[in-house]
Design a protein around this ligand. Structure first.
Ligand SMILES: NC(=O)c1ccc[n+]([C@@H]2O[C@H](COP(=O)([O-])OP(=O)(O)OC[C@H]3O[C@@H](n4cnc5c(N)ncnc54)[C@H](OP(=O)(O)O)[C@@H]3O)[C@@H](O)[C@H]2O)c1
Length: 303
């Protein structure tokens, strides 16, 4: 019988792409969602509502693996106190709910794999290359990722292998980061943000899904792995490359830092700062990134 993988947040950008890959690779897929759809021959949807502590235990009890992707969008709305709580709680509460079902039923799992983010290293711009054993930063994203990963470690105390995929900015067609910025570039208004020197640690959606698949099938993998290309892409190089693809050259003006700070508030750090991140640990598992050239990757996402 096909092994079953339960995805939380399986209706989102990464979840939908990953579901297709898992099915292609012979897994059966269950999805936890707050708004279940009709089941298909390959996907079963289960209702949950972590905000109200509701979970359909059957989904957990039949799973061989769980991949945790659910969470409120990090850059969807201004970071008010309430929004920050929602960002954190929507990542941690689901893990706590799953933990209680696993513990109560003494339910084994082959692995629990969770999204995390390179934001754990902090929102700052430096040439230093971030690796997995660096301590979490003291800012909002750093502390959020730390709490998120601590919740995953709790699952590990049940004797379950856990993997944390510290994800960079995911590039894919019509979704995520590109969905937000492409319209302005397409209409000729693309701009470099702030100094443009901030690094953009990116990864193509198909490479990211393959990292999740590898984390499932390779029982040697455990702990955190950075999931992004190790290179020198900065906001300026990304913006210039995108503009070139749409047939124009960016000169000036840049979108000034102070304006972005007024418009976005504290959340502006997510676009004005960015770290260089190493994927060496992931590559040491034998993983080979298929998308390593920025321009080719952007073209493939935009066609
Ligand atoms: N995309 C990126 O560039 C990127 C980069 C770094 C890290 N990540 C992380 O990877 C994970 C998946 O990202 P994604 O881009 O696929 O996100 P997404 O498209 O926004 O999907 C997230 C899913 O989470 C569920 N969700 C949202 N709010 C929730 C809440 N309050 N309670 C329970 N479920 C909730 C939603 O499912 P339902 O509405 O069906 O319940 C949604 O489909 C996230 O944790 C994200 O932070 C993403």
């Amino acid at each position: 019988m096909a092994k079953n993988i339960l995805l939380t947040g399986g209706t989102g950008f990464i979840g939908k792409n990953l579901t297709d890959l898992l099915i292609e690779n012979g897994f059966s897929v269950s999805v936890f969602t707050r708004s279940p759809k009709e089941n298909t021959s390959a996907i079963q949807y289960y209702k949950w509502d972590p905000d109200h502590n509701y979970i359909d235990e059957q989904a957990v009890l039949k799973a061989d693996y769980i991949i945790h992707l659910s969470g409120e969008g990090i850059v969807e709305k201004r970071w008010t106190k309430k929004r920050k709580e929602a960002i954190l709680e929507s990542r941690i509460k689901p893990i706590d709910l799953i933990f209680s079902v696993l513990e109560k039923n003494n339910k084994p799992l082959d692995a629990f794999v969770s999204a995390s983010a390179v934001g754990i290293y902090g929102a700052f711009t430096t040439h230093k290359i971030c690796i997995e054993n660096m301590p979490p930063a003291n800012d909002f994203l750093g502390q959020t990722c730390q709490e998120w990963e601590k919740a995953v470690d709790k699952i590990n105390t049940l004797g379950i292998r856990t993997v944390k995929v510290r994800t960079g900015i995911v590039l894919g067609r019509d979704e995520g980061f590109l969905k937000k910025i492409v319209p302005s570039f397409k209409s000729g208004f693309g701009a470099i943000l702030g100094t443009g020197k901030q690094y953009v640690p990116w990864i193509h959606i198909s490479d990211l899904c393959n990292i999740y698949l590898k984390a499932i099938v390779n029982s040697e993998m455990h702990g955190p792995y950075n999931a992004c290309i190790t290179d020198n892409t900065t906001n300026a190089s990304l913006s210039k490359t995108l503009a070139n693809i749409f047939g124009y050259t960016i000169w000036l003006p840049k979108a000034p830092k102070f304006i972005l700070k007024i418009v976005l508030g504290e959340m502006s750090v997510a676009v004005l700062e960015g770290q260089r991140v190493s994927s060496e640990k992931m590559q040491k598992t034998g993983f080979e990134f298929q998308f390593t050239d920025l321009e080719r990757t952007l073209v493939s996402c935009l066609k």
